[in-house]
Design a protein around this ligand. Structure first.
Ligand SMILES: [Zn+2]
Length: 278
């Protein structure tokens, strides 16, 4: 999965005193676009090769290498060897190391959080960064804002030797195989989310819901929790066409998975295909 970068290790502890070295990575975003170089290991701009990067926020380190976010790009000079692409496209670049893809997704999560939290929701005051932890503080009313993480579930619905494979409709845009998924709502346990989402999207009742694994998913500011469950009694699918373009039962041997192995969804499909999940 995207976060499986062992033996490398992400250190996400915040420290306001950390400064950039010449080889520190600097992430430069413009909405979903990220500056990158697709041809070799040095995927992203480093501090020593860009000019005018004065507004930097320390994000995290991977094996001692530091990663920063550039929050003011107006004075920035980026060498021509870099181009821009949708941050999600980096998943498809086979020559970009996994830890760099994970770093870019995690950085995107923080970039979106910083960009949408400039003012206090309580009093409208301008937020400042605290020095002690990764949090934004309103100096006027004392409100503290922590990075937002959206919990969501992925449901591997099984029926004997078949699993329910979906494709998302419309603007969710992903046209490869997926599993039923959705965000946890207020007042719900993730297990209840599984039952609700499967019912809403496919009309199926499920039982024997059991947790599998989780994964951070910075592209949607998410924390994804994977569950397997079994269709209860009826296997007749009633599709919610606003959410899904298709939902079909696929036999173990016919499961294709996704084009890469970054997602928990892919791992869950392949674990079922292998027979490890009964
Ligand atoms: Zn305030």
């Amino acid at each position: 999965m995207i976060q499986d970068i062992e033996p490398m290790k992400l250190d996400n502890s915040y420290n306001a005193d950390i400064t950039a070295d010449n080889d520190s990575v600097v992430f430069i975003f413009d909405e979903r676009e990220i500056a990158y170089r697709g041809d070799c290991a040095d995927t992203f701009p480093v501090f020593g090769e860009i000019g005018g990067a004065s507004e930097l926020i320390y994000l995290f380190s991977i094996d001692g290498r530091k990663y920063f976010l550039c929050t003011d790009t107006t004075e920035l000079s980026i060498p021509e060897k870099f181009s821009c692409t949708d941050v999600k496209n980096l998943r498809r670049c086979v020559n970009i190391p996994r830890h760099e893809v994970f770093a870019s997704a995690t950085a995107y999560h923080l970039y979106k959080w910083y960009a949408s939290n400039r003012f206090c929701g309580e009093c409208g005051g301008t937020l400042i960064h605290t020095t002690a932890e990764r949090a934004l503080l309103c100096p006027h009313c004392g409100e503290l804002i922590y990075p937002r993480i959206n919990p969501a579930v992925i449901a591997g619905v099984t029926d004997g030797d078949r699993i329910l494979v979906t494709r998302y409709a419309g603007s969710r845009g992903v046209n490869y195989d997926a599993l039923v998924a959705g965000f946890v709502e207020i007042g719900e346990t993730p297990e209840q989310t599984v039952a609700r989402e499967v019912m809403e999207e496919t009309g199926l009742k499920v039982k024997n819901i059991r947790y599998y694994k989780s994964q951070p998913w910075g592209y949607s500011a998410g924390l994804l929790m994977g569950f397997y469950c079994e269709a209860d009694s009826s296997d007749k699918i009633v599709l919610d066409e606003s959410e899904l373009q298709s939902a079909v039962w696929v036999k173990r041997e016919d499961i294709k998975g996704q084009p890469d192995n970054f997602s928990l969804t892919h791992e869950m499909m392949m674990k079922f295909k292998s027979g490890e999940i009964r």
